[in-house]
Design a binder for this molecule. Structure first.
Ligand SMILES: N[C@@H](CCC(=O)N[C@@H](CS)C(=O)NCC(=O)O)C(=O)O
Length: 322
């Protein structure tokens, strides 16, 4: 674990001193936009044109943010248009690294890709990264932007018009994201990376209050926005799928497991069983990464054998419309 400072790698853990023991996630450093015709994206800047074979996605199979992008690549039928390189699950003193030299430049470490894009880069070296082979730079390292790009930019190339951020539901989706990102997606990290009891207690309460609210809502709604699966569901899914295997133990999110919430568990199974999604889930990488990489939380590096998860039995959500 570490970061780049003026293009130099430093092996440092997160600084929580300035935030009273609270973990604060750093904003992404590359926020360009990929569009169907290379026209400006929502940021108003010139975009990168969606072209088959031009872009490369670097992901960790352990990381919930990178996982979002892999899911959208599958949902949108982009497998033959965007290649993927998976980093090693072990993120130690060099940060994310590759088990074998990565295919574009033969780099061994993810930070080399960041300094290739920006030699004096300062910031954390995170996944996912969407790389442009043509201009040899990072288009974006912000998963919430990348999934919006994948949702539409390649539609003319693939003919896949499935829309997970439909205009009519955007307000609703944004509201769910605003609840789920800080309290659940990042909430589990705020529990796990807290370095004071107070910061942990506060994050824990907010996490389970938010999960209770979602459980309640899913009583008579098949999905977050009602009867249609959207981006908000996929963003929640990548945290739920890791919860019982990792967050309950490693991040001390142990008031209850997802398996003990009837609605959330059925919903999780339904999303897991959605075509193409189970193939994006790798529990070896998920457990190995967290338990082996965070040696200040788990110094022995021992990876627990359990739990046995049931994700393939009937989800029982068909009675709700959707
Ligand atoms: N804003 C980013 C966050 C990505 C992120 O924090 N990824 C984690 C892995 S789960 C990472 O690479 N952490 C390395 C680090 O912080 O040094 C996104 O959503 O794409």
């Amino acid at each position: 674990m570490g970061k780049l400072v003026n293009g130099q790698w430093h092996d440092v853990w997160y600084d929580t001193k300035s935030s009273k023991g609270e973990f604060v996630r750093e904003d992404a450093g590359f926020r360009h936009w990929l569009t169907a015709d290379g026209g400006p994206g929502p940021d108003g800047q010139k975009g990168f044109k969606a072209e088959s074979g031009r872009y490369h996605l670097y992901v960790s199979l352990a990381c919930p943010w990178a996982h979002r992008t892999l899911i959208f690549r599958a949902l949108k039928g982009l497998e033959s248009h965007i290649d993927v390189t998976v980093v090693s699950p072990d993120m130690r003193s060099h940060g994310w690294e590759f088990d074998e030299p990565e295919p574009l430049y033969g780099f061994s470490f993810m930070h080399q890709l960041y300094t290739k894009a920006k030699p004096d880069y300062t910031g954390r070296v995170t996944v996912p990264v969407l790389w442009d082979k043509q201009t040899e730079t990072i288009v974006s390292n912000e998963s919430s932007d990348i999934i919006r790009m994948l949702n539409t930019a390649f539609d003319d190339l693939t003919g896949n018009q499935d829309d997970f951020y439909p205009l009519a539901l955007r307000g609703d989706i944004d509201e769910w994201n605003a609840l789920i990102y800080p309290n659940i997606n990042n909430g589990v990290y705020r529990c796990g990376f807290a370095t004071t009891q107070e910061a942990y207690d506060a994050a824990f309460d907010r996490l389970f209050d938010a999960l209770d609210a979602v459980e309640d809502h899913l009583n008579d709604n098949r999905y977050l926005t009602g009867d249609r699966l959207t981006e908000a569901d996929w963003r929640l899914f990548t945290t739920l799928i890791r919860f019982d295997a990792v967050y309950v133990g490693h991040f001390k999110c142990n008031r209850q497991r997802i398996a003990e919430y009837p609605n959330l568990q059925g919903y999780l199974k339904e999303l897991y069983q959605y075509p193409g999604v189970a193939e994006t889930v790798d529990f070896y990488h998920i457990k190995r990464h967290y338990y082996f990489s965070h040696d200040n939380i788990n110094p022995t590096g021992i990876v627990p054998k359990g739990p046995d998860l049931d994700l393939v039995s009937p989800h029982g959500r068909n009675a709700l419309s959707g």
